[in-house]
Structure formats: C-alpha cells, structure tokens
Design a protein around this ligand. Structure first.
Ligand SMILES: Cc1ncc(COP(=O)(O)O)c(C=O)c1O
Length: 419
C-alpha cells in the first residue's frame, strides 16, 4: 500500500478527539452547575470560599494523604514544593531532561540550580543510578517526573535520597493514578504516584487527565512542608492570625473558586478517565506488540497521559522519519515529544534568567559555573532526536480511532521494513 507520504491515500482523513476542545474532554452539566453555584454565592476567590478548601480536602483524601494545597498551575504547584524545601541560592535540585519546562522553572524561580540526570532509554524517566551520580553536597531535592503517566522508580530514588537528607518531589502533572513501579494492582492508595516521595505535584492544565483550564495541587504528609506551601501560595500571609503581615517571600498563587468548583467535579471523573485510557493503551499494545523495531509501553501502573513508543532507528529509521510518515497518514503523533531536551533550551544555555546576571547559575552562588550543553544527557538526547515517538491517548477514542491508529502504524511499519 502506497504511503500517504508518497501520494497514497491516508488511513485517516478526519480529526481524532483532542484535549484542545470538547471532542476529547470529559465535561458535563455538573461542571456548569458548579460554576453557576459559585457565581450565585458571589465569592469568586478562595478567601472565605468553600470550593478550593473542599477540593484540597477531597484530593488529599483521594490520595490517602493529610495535606493538599491548591495553586494556579502545575508549575506553581512545583514552585510551592521547591520553596517549601527552602534552598539556599545556588543549592541544587536534580531534574530529568525530558519534561515540561515547568519542572525547571520551579527550581530557577526558587533561586536553585537545576542539575540534569540522564534517563532510562525506554521510559524516559530518571533512574536510581543516574540520580545517585548527580547528587552532590549542595543537592536539596530531586524532582522525579512520571513521564507520560508511566511510573518512574521513585522508591529506589527515595532510598538513595533519604540516606542523604534530600527531599523527593514527584512531578505528577502527567501521572494521575499512576501506580508505583512494583506496586501495580495495590488497592492501598499509598501506592499511587505523588504519595511515595515527600511531596507530589499535579496539574489541572487543559491537556491533563482532568482539567479546569489551569490549576495545580501539591500534596504531602508533612505538616511543616504543608504549612510553608500554604503561606507561600498566599504572599506569606498567615490569614488565620488576623494579622496583615508577611512571614517570608511568597507569591499570589491562589486558585479561584471557579477553578476549584470545576476541579472538584473533574476529580469525580478521574477514575473513569484513567480506566478508559488504560483500555485504549491495552488495545494499542495488542495491535502493535511484536512489530520488529518498535517497543510498546509496559502497561503496569501506567495511566497513559500519552502513549509512548520507542523506535529502533536501525530497523525503522529515526523517530523523525518514521513519525513524519505517520503524521502524513493522519495520525496524532509527535516525534521526539519535545524539539529538544529541556537542558538545551535557550533559557538555560544562554542563561536568560534574571537580567544579565546569570543568577543563580554563576559561582557564587552555585558551587560551580553551570553550563548546559549537548552531551550532558546522551540517552535523553538520543531519545528525542532518534527514538521516542508519542501517540496521543484520550479517553474519548472510539474503537475506530484505535483501529485507525493500529492500521496506520502497521502500514508505515510494513513499508519501512520492506524497503
Ligand atoms: C511533567 C510536567 N511538569 C510540569 C508541568 C507544568 O504544568 P502547568 O502547565 O500546569 O504549569 C507539566 C505540564 O505542562 C508537565 O507535563
């Protein structure tokens, strides 16, 4: 069959459901009613409101933790986490190179230095070995990203960190209901991503499993960290004392009641959304497992924010070549996921942080002059340039959508392996 790339008929000529609009989002009249209630009450900010406070209680209970603090985005949720650790300027936070830049923004905004550790070549997640090699006596925290919803080995990383007094922050922006590696199938919610480290961070941005447009949630079992996060998200202002004072530098990251109300309804839909995405992924694996040169994701514990494939360039050409042929067939595929790993974005390579100071990447305050360059994380760089291919995953995909994905990938695979 002639590939669409070469003038053939594409497998698919209509759009797939997408997170960008109602076609791929799970909303109902309950969200509308919740918004109307808030407007009717007239309290649209969280101070004196009921929705955000209830969301915090409900989300914490959902994960089996005592504390959740709401904020305005996943990036803010991560900023709360790093700020709660309270690093000295130039202290280090270990991060992975395959993630949204929000992970790194949180570190820089707290005056700390991102130190990149390399990743596993199939999952794209940090490993205990790469984290251990990146830890120095200036390391205060590690941010473990459960990439695409796949479980990073957070327990192994936490063992290394606890021995060195390093805080483990889980970035779960892509990982609602992800189950920790080795614990899949546990009914105890303590196995969920976000509960294995010291702090877990979630996003309610448009593309996530559940959304209120934008928003963030940070969870912890530690009352001291929770107290700092709560103050940090509200200008350092201890409102419960009735004093108008500011105990330390904080920001206004307050979630509004409108966002809180929608997020509460979305939370009731989360289990259904993740179950549906897991069913899509299972059927994709059934259709694609065993194709030479293509590695499908392990289902255990994965919550499939996206469906990642790894191609062997020796068999299929690079992800960019193979992926371009899939896109031509009308499939929602992004070769490489990112244009470049985050250690290579200009904000870091050209130190565009605070004016022309280079702060905090200069020494002092950093222990060494921080330079970010190609070659720092060869596994991640190869994944993005040559092997990683992400396929959209959505709870609204129909049987036809899944069948078209399998047909398109199989068609391109056949053409690339017989030429
Ligand atoms: C892994 C990861 N971390 C952090 C973020 C930042 O979240 P937000 O876009 O809500 O600020 C995102 C989402 O974009 C993400 O996918």
């Amino acid at each position: 069959m002639t590939l669409a790339r070469d003038g053939g008929t594409p497998v698919r000529d209509t759009p797939f459901p997408t997170f960008a609009d109602a076609s791929g989002r799970t909303f109902g009249p309950e969200e509308v009613a919740a918004l109307a209630d808030v407007v009717g009450r007239g309290t649209l900010w969280r101070v004196g409101g009921v929705e955000v406070a209830a969301l915090e209680r409900e989300f914490a209970a959902f994960l089996g933790l005592p504390h959740a603090v709401a904020s305005t985005s996943g990036t803010a949720a991560l900023h709360l986490a790093v700020a709660a650790v309270d690093p000295e300027p130039g202290d280090e936070v270990v991060v992975p190179p395959i993630t949204d830049f929000g992970t790194v923004i949180a570190v820089l905004a707290a005056g700390a230095v991102p130190v990149f550790a390399d990743v596993d070549p199939v999952t794209g997640c940090l490993t205990p070995e790469t984290v251990e090699a990146a830890i120095t006596d200036r390391t205060r925290a590690v941010i473990v990203v459960h990439l695409f919803g796949g479980p990073a080995p957070v327990d192994g990383i936490a063992r290394i960190c606890r021995a060195r007094n390093v805080t483990v922050i889980e970035d779960c922006a892509q990982a609602y209901l992800t189950e920790s590696q080795g614990l899949a199938g546990l009914t105890d919610s303590r196995g969920l991503a976000g509960t294995r480290g010291d702090i877990g961070c979630f996003s309610l941005q448009q593309s996530k499993h559940i959304t209120a447009g934008d928003g963030g949630l940070t969870v912890t079992a530690d009352p001291h960290l929770a107290g700092r996060m709560r103050l940090f998200a509200d200008k350092g202002w201890p409102r419960d004392t009735n004093e108008r004072t500011h105990l330390f530098l904080g920001f206004n990251y307050r979630m509004t009641e409108l966002v809180g109300a929608v997020a509460r309804v979305q939370l009731t839909r989360l289990t259904g959304v993740v179950d549906a995405r897991r069913a899509v992924a299972r059927r994709l694996n059934d259709g694609l497992d065993g194709l030479p040169g293509l590695t499908t994701p392990t289902l255990d514990g994965h919550s499939f924010w996206l469906y990642p494939l790894v191609v062997d360039p020796a068999v299929l050409g690079t992800n960019r070549e193979f992926g371009a042929a899939l896109v031509a067939e009308g499939l929602p595929v992004t070769p490489g996921y990112l244009d470049r790993p985050v250690h290579l974005v200009p904000a870091l390579t050209e130190r565009r942080t605070f004016g022309t100071s280079g702060f905090p990447l200069t020494s002092p305050p950093a222990s060494r002059d921080m330079r970010y360059a190609r070659g720092d994380c060869p596994v991640a760089e190869r994944m993005i340039d040559e092997t990683l291919l992400v396929v959209a995953c959505n709870e609204r995909f129909t049987d036809t959508d899944v069948a078209d994905l399998v047909e398109g990938i199989t068609k391109v695979h056949a053409a690339f392996t017989t030429n």
